[in-house]
Design a protein. Structure first.
Lengths: 678, 336
């Protein structure tokens, strides 16, 4: 909101430079965002917080300044008004929408230019001159914060005012020449026939005060903040009036401001008050409650050492009705315009604010040990991120909102999802039920920007109507490790990403034997893919993204592998406590084994046979090489070279011991899966 | 048996001179010092020598052993030198090394970890909460009036799911991390000191400084005698540790429904310059909030603070466009 320093000076003495005043106001909670010099005046742009509608006018700001600078506040005087002989025909039909309506008819006014002083004031805040009546209502609005409206009384059908909801189909042309469709959510001022103003927002063109106006009806009212706000949003129309009604005007000021305006009108435009009514909806205007607070309480809360005089002076300047007893207990009744002051802390804040936060002491709290502890999830997530980063994957943070098209493109159309009721756009119509679309979009983004080798991961949430679930996704394309010593650089494939996911398990203390992989049939994967099981429970999937999905995402000429792991299941999986096993110093004996086996035999079957042999010296079993091609018994065969490492816990192994076990294992492989030794 | 020690020495010297690698050095060592080598044989002959010959023979044997050992040590060094020299000529040490690329933690994660870490050092515990929240936790309990504009669809995203606790209401995407305060207080009694990082949502159209999804960190300290001076002390310490000791800062009165008194903290980096940058909001926990979580009236006081992670990271690293965080351009990610 704009304020004029010259205008402020009408009510309070300001002797410090404008810059200092701006600082002081800012530090009292009225943030001055801009200071500018305009035609000999200083204009402040002030941000008024929503709890302080009383500061949306010059007097309110002047009151704050009087407290901050410790100067007296001089309010404008309103001369005595002659009483009207007759009542105005006013009816409040909607008692929720309007709590008070003062209508006054002034006859025989002369429309002309407003006096220069008044024009200077309103011009300085950006309002242009219209005519003396309108300019006076604007002046009073800016001075007191109470919006007023003047109707051309002769154009009000039946000379009536009805405050009611608009009827479906009703329309009004507002003073900005725009026709607006109304509905029953909108409160209007109507005459005997039709709406003549949108209550609290804008008047109608037809009844506005013009050069030919002779008689006026001046409106000063209290309209419900919520109804005004909703109508303003619905119509996309806000005004100086609606801005103030939305935040709440002061009930007594409805009358005071009306009187202020009337006395100015009588002075500047002549005329005579002939009709007047003050219609109040009873039982809605609560009296302010007394607040009792000890000075001691203020000091202990702030860590200050104030004096009774200092506090009392602050309360006085802010317009509080305050009594203090010998025990230094304040009994305070806040003024009607300070609806934000209802309890002790509100009083404490006023003291803190006016003294200035920067003048208050500071100290360190002693933070006690609480019985809350950091969750296992947070710790495990950190560990997982470290593991993935060590594998060369970078972390992404992607939008959690996606579109149905994103899902379709990822072949996830049938997945359960959680829609957003009020999305910003169709691109963000739902919360993502999978991380795949987010990750694919980031791969596409990077590929389009010339990045070829991409390894990304995200530990983020997915959402369904059952709630949110933390999930890990890894996506890779291009070459993971570029080595200039090798002629051919290998593109990442299923085995690479499986290896990386495996590290997440082994790195968090899950034994290899607890994790298993089974071929899956997820639609977005090509042939090479598997579901991941942790202790028999499905926990994720890993594989190569199929061409159809890549095409849909416009990812060209790249092979993309992806893995997704449900972290909630992962976290809840039991983690065996780490325990020390003595390091065995006896030598390890390595025996390689070269086999030809049928291609449909899984490596897991070989492993199982190897580890199911009843011996206590098998230490480790590793795949060294897979061979496809010449020198095999047939096309249906593949060659495998594996290494068996043997070690005894009790002594150095003898050749014969190793040979006995090793040969027995080889024989099992021959017997059980038809392996052929090479 | 009589030994010609001088000849043995000469012979050994000659052999040692021709040693150029570890293999020949090792066979030299075995020949003289090995189990069945010459020196052990000399010592063995001591047992059969006459009483008169023994001292001289013993002395000679010792001297020979020392001489041979000396030759071996000498040769060890020279053999090493040769190896070093030959490797020097074989490799271009300026060739690039080969290793896995290191992955990068997202700048937002790094910033959150750093901020939370600072508070953890002061005794705070990290807590998290759900992003899909109830209107009660996100608004009611935080003393935000039922007709407050921030509850509108213009300011808060609602999801198509009914609140199980209130069938008339839909669940929403939290517009702040503050509902976690409510969850923590409902589940625990003070003393409490927690920091809460997480995603929040507001329906703002995306531009260089707005995003419908962003991150906040919330802090809460509740005990029996927490004062406003503690708020100033704690957050001054934080700002100095995070932004440096040479910043200027101020606590500016502000309004939040869930704290009273409330403040915003502004900092200024450059000396003498009056450019204040707003970096966080804070205040003393409002009594209504304690009431909402069922704490006895007047028993506790507390302080709370909240900051926008993107904003802090943008200020600190000179990032001008908030969208960079979510684009995840590899060339952005790898800078941090």
């Amino acid at each position: 909101m704009k304020i004029s320093l010259n205008w402020i000076k009408d009510y309070v003495e300001v002797k410090i430079p404008p810059g200092s005043l701006a600082d002081k106001l800012t530090m009292a909670g009225l943030e001055v965002e801009n200071v500018s010099l305009v035609r000999g005046d200083t204009i402040f742009e002030v941000e008024v917080t929503p709890n302080r509608p009383d500061c949306l006018n010059m007097i309110g700001i002047a009151r704050e300044i009087s407290a901050v600078l410790n100067k007296e506040l001089a309010l404008p005087r309103t001369g005595k008004l002659s009483k009207a002989d007759a009542i105005c025909d006013i009816k409040i039909e909607d008692k929720k929408g309007c709590l008070r309506y003062i209508g006054t008819v002034v006859e025989n006014i002369s429309i002309q230019q407003a006096p220069k002083e008044l024009l200077k004031r309103i011009n300085s805040l950006g309002l242009r001159a219209i005519n003396n009546i309108v300019d006076i209502t604007n002046f009073c609005l800016l001075e007191t914060g109470q919006p007023l409206h003047a109707f051309d009384y002769d154009k009000l059908a039946g000379g009536r005012i009805i405050v009611r909801r608009a009827k479906d189909g009703e329309k009004i042309v507002t003073i900005d020449d725009i026709e607006r469709a109304l509905d029953p959510s909108i409160l209007v001022i109507a005459d005997a026939e039709k709406p003549v103003a949108i209550a609290g927002i804008m008047g109608g063109k037809e009844t506005e005060v013009t050069a030919s106006t002779r008689n006026i009806l001046l409106e000063s009212a209290y309209f419900d903040p919520i109804i005004v706000r909703k109508a303003s949003r619905k119509l996309g129309l806000s005004s100086d009036s609606s801005y103030r009604f939305e935040r709440g005007v002061d009930y007594p000021t409805v009358e005071n401001c009306s009187n202020r305006a009337l006395s100015l009108i009588l002075k500047e435009a002549g005329g005579k008050i002939v009709k007047s009514s003050d219609i109040k909806v009873t039982g809605r205007n609560k009296a302010a409650k007394e607040i009792v607070i000890e000075k001691e309480k203020i000091d202990s809360f702030l860590g200050t050492d104030t004096s009774v005089t200092q506090c009392k002076n602050i309360f006085d300047k802010l317009g509080f009705d305050v009594k203090v007893d010998k025990q230094k207990v304040f009994t305070i009744v806040p003024p009607s315009f300070r609806g934000d002051i209802v309890q002790e802390v509100d009083i404490i804040e006023e003291v803190a604010r006016i003294i200035g936060y920067d003048n208050l002491p500071l100290s360190m709290p002693s933070i006690k040990v609480s019985n809350i502890s950091e969750s296992k999830e947070i710790q495990l997530r950190k560990k997982i991120k470290q593991i993935l980063m060590a594998q060369g994957c970078s972390e992404t943070v992607t939008y959690t909102m996606i579109s149905q098209k994103n899902l379709n493109d990822s072949k996830l159309s049938d997945i359960e999802k959680l829609n957003i009721v009020n999305p910003l756009s169709q691109d963000q119509e739902m919360m993502r039920p999978s991380l795949l679309p987010s990750m694919l979009s980031r791969v596409q983004f990077n590929l389009n920007r010339g990045q070829k080798d991409i390894s990304l991961f995200e530990a983020g949430k997915i959402y369904t109507n059952k709630g949110e679930k933390e999930t890990l996704a890894v996506i890779m394309t291009g070459v993971a490790l570029r080595d200039w010593r090798k002629l051919k650089q290998n593109n990442v494939d299923f085995i690479d990403i499986k290896g990386i996911v495996g590290k997440v398990f082994s790195g968090t203390g899950i034994q290899d034997s607890a994790v298993s992989y089974k071929i899956s049939e997820l639609p977005f994967f090509a042939g090479e893919n598997a579901q991941i099981f942790l202790r028999g429970k499905k926990i994720g999937a890993v594989g190569r993204i199929c061409q159809e999905v890549l095409d849909a995402w416009d990812i060209k000429g790249a092979s993309v592998v992806f893995a997704e792991v449900d972290l909630e299941s992962f976290y809840s999986g039991s983690f065996s406590k780490k325990k020390y096993f003595p390091v065995i110093e006896y030598p390890i004996v390595t025996r390689d084994i070269s086999l030809a086996i049928k291609k449909d035999i899984l490596f897991d079957e070989i492993r199982n046979i190897v580890f199911n042999d009843n011996n206590d010296i098998m230490h480790n079993f590793n795949l060294i090489e897979e061979y496809l091609g010449e020198n095999l018994p047939g096309k249906e065969y593949k060659g495998l070279v594996c290494s068996c490492k043997y070690q005894s816990k009790t002594g150095t192994l003898k050749e014969e011991e190793v040979t006995k076990v090793h040969e027995r294992i080889c024989q099992s492989l021959i017997d059980k899966i038809g392996a052929i030794r090479r | 048996m009589a030994w010609d020690f001088q000849t043995i020495r000469n012979q050994a010297q000659k052999e040692a001179d021709s040693i150029c690698d570890n293999t020949s050095l090792e066979s030299f060592r075995i020949k003289y010092l090995g189990k069945k080598g010459l020196i052990p044989q000399v010592y063995a002959s001591l047992s059969t020598a006459s009483k008169e010959d023994k001292p001289l023979l013993g002395k000679n044997a010792n001297e020979l052993k020392n001489f041979i050992s000396g030759l071996i040590e000498e040769k060890k060094l020279s053999v090493k030198d040769t190896i070093n020299q030959s490797s020097k000529s074989n490799i271009d040490v300026t060739l690039p090394g080969v290793a896995n690329d290191l992955g990068h933690s997202h700048l937002l994660t790094q910033t959150m970890d750093e901020i939370c870490g600072l508070f953890e050092k002061l005794g705070f515990i990290v807590q998290e909460g759900p992003e899909i929240e109830t209107e009660f936790n996100n608004f009611d309990a935080l003393n935000i009036p039922s007709n407050h504009p921030s509850r509108d669809g213009f300011d808060t995203f609602y999801v198509d799911q009914v609140d199980p606790g209130d069938k008339d209401k839909k669940l929403l995407l939290r517009s702040q991390t503050s509902p976690v305060q409510i969850r923590v207080m409902k589940a625990n009694k003070p003393p409490l000191a927690v920091v809460v990082p997480g995603k929040v949502y507001r329906p703002d159209a995306v531009d260089a400084s707005h995003s419908f999804m962003f991150h906040q960190i919330e802090g809460l300290l509740v005990d029996q005698d927490i004062k406003f001076s503690h708020l100033k002390g704690l957050l001054t310490t934080f700002c100095n540790r995070f932004f440096g000791d040479n910043i200027k800062m101020r606590f500016r009165p502000h309004f939040f429904p869930f704290t009273e008194p409330s403040a915003e903290i502004d900092i200024s980096w450059e000396k003498g310059k009056k450019d204040w940058l707003e970096i966080m909001g804070c205040g003393m926990v409002h009594p209504q909030v304690f009431k909402a979580v069922g704490y006895p009236k007047g028993k506790y006081t507390g302080l709370a603070f909240g900051l926008g992670v993107e904003r802090i990271a943008m200020l600190r690293y000179g990032i001008r466009d908030i969208r960079l965080f979510y684009e995840n351009d590899k060339r952005f990610l790898e800078q941090f």
